[in-house]
Ligand binder design. Structure first.
Ligand code: DAH
Length: 348
């Protein structure tokens, strides 16, 4: 019996030496210590043996099984290690090689300007609100004191969606009306609304059928042009630097009275005159004024009690001025190189 066990063991050792593949090892395992393997076979006829013989055969068989299992598993480990080492060798990373370049995005400078304006106004207690781009004539014009047939509509011809009543908003000013109507006579109203606007325009370096405006509205008691001037001053300094001066020029808008055009001193020539400011020393930034009594009334605010100011300006124009871009289309094409030009920290 012992001899048989010994010869099984020797066979196993001999065969193990020849094994090179995992599959072969699996087969070998079955052949020796599997259910009907050679080691198990040893105990097959145990039932016919006397108790003493059974004991000794059992011991031999158990010992053989343990030894065989150890051997096979040892080999299994060896092979797994070899496989792992081979894999590690093959997949070794040469950390001295230059890495592949991971393309990085750049913030769109138009967005940057809008965020800067939003942050400033939020810090002064304003809400940033939204309004629909597909708008009703009623909000885009009528409530803003621009009745049908009024000449002021000519400059704001836009795209019509359904008949003449549903259109792509030509300005963000309708959000003034929407905000006041939603405010239901409550004050103060302090909001800015950056958003897309549309006009029937041929696209060139300074015009686009779609552009961004930033609208602002404040309604409260005893609001005057001085408040507008102070607010615009803060905005101009934030966007164009502390040395920026501001001025108002009389203007005309249907929804403000009085209306102004707001200018900043030219930051290139400091007011001396250059090509950017067309030798005037000033650059126009926005339209603005005191909210027209009709507009307040149309939107549920008694003009004898409340006053307000409003302003609206083109975000692209601001970004162009601030970053020295001379073609508005840069913001809307997908050429990353253009945006990368500005991908530096401020002041660098
Ligand atoms: N909505 C005007 C435009 O698109 C700009 C504007 C002017 C907005 C005066 C205002 C304002 O709120 O008070 O030309």
């Amino acid at each position: 019996m012992e001899k048989l066990a010994e010869s099984i063991m020797q066979d196993l050792m001999a065969e193990l030496k020849l094994v090179t593949k995992t599959q072969e090892l699996v087969e070998l395992k079955a052949k020796y210590i599997g259910k009907s393997g050679r080691v198990t076979e040893l105990t097959k006829n145990m039932r016919d043996l006397s108790p003493e013989e059974r004991k000794s055969v059992g011991q031999i068989a158990n010992k053989l099984k343990t030894e065989a299992t150890d051997l096979i598993e040892g080999r299994e480990k060896e092979m797994n290690n070899a496989l792992l080492n081979e894999k590690l060798q093959n997949e070794v990373i040469d950390i001295s090689l230059p890495s592949t370049k991971i393309p990085m995005g750049s913030p769109n400078i138009l967005e940057k300007v809008i965020e800067e304006v939003e942050e400033l106004f939020m810090s002064m207690g304003y809400d940033v609100v939204d309004g629909p781009e597909v708008e009703e004539d009623h909000f885009n014009f009528e409530l803003l004191n621009i009745p049908k047939g009024h000449a002021a509509r000519d400059a704001q011809d836009t795209f019509y969606i359904e008949g003449e009543e549903i259109l792509l908003r030509s300005q963000t000013s309708p959000v003034q009306a929407r905000t006041m109507l939603k405010g239901e006579g409550k004050v103060p109203i302090r909001m800015i609304c950056p958003g897309k606007t549309y006009r029937r325009d041929d696209d060139d370096a300074t015009h686009s059928h779609q552009f961004m405006q930033i609208e602002g509205l404040l309604v409260d008691k005893d609001i005057s042009l001085c408040d507008l001037k102070g607010t615009f001053d803060v905005l101009a300094k934030k966007l164009f630097g502390e040395s920026c001066k501001t001025r108002f020029r009389p203007s005309y808008y249907q929804f403000t009275e009085p209306s102004v055009e707001t200018d900043i001193s030219c930051f290139v020539c400091q007011g001396k005159g250059c090509s950017l400011c067309k030798n005037t020393g000033w650059i126009t930034i926005s339209g603005a004024g005191m909210v027209h009594p009709n507009v307040l009334r149309n939107c549920g605010y008694d003009p004898d009690v409340w006053t307000g100011f409003a302003f609206g300006f083109g975000a692209e124009r601001c970004a162009m001025l601030k970053y020295g871009v001379n073609d508005l289309r840069v913001f809307y094409n997908t050429d990353l190189r253009e945006m990368k030009n500005f991908d530096r920290k401020e002041g660098e």
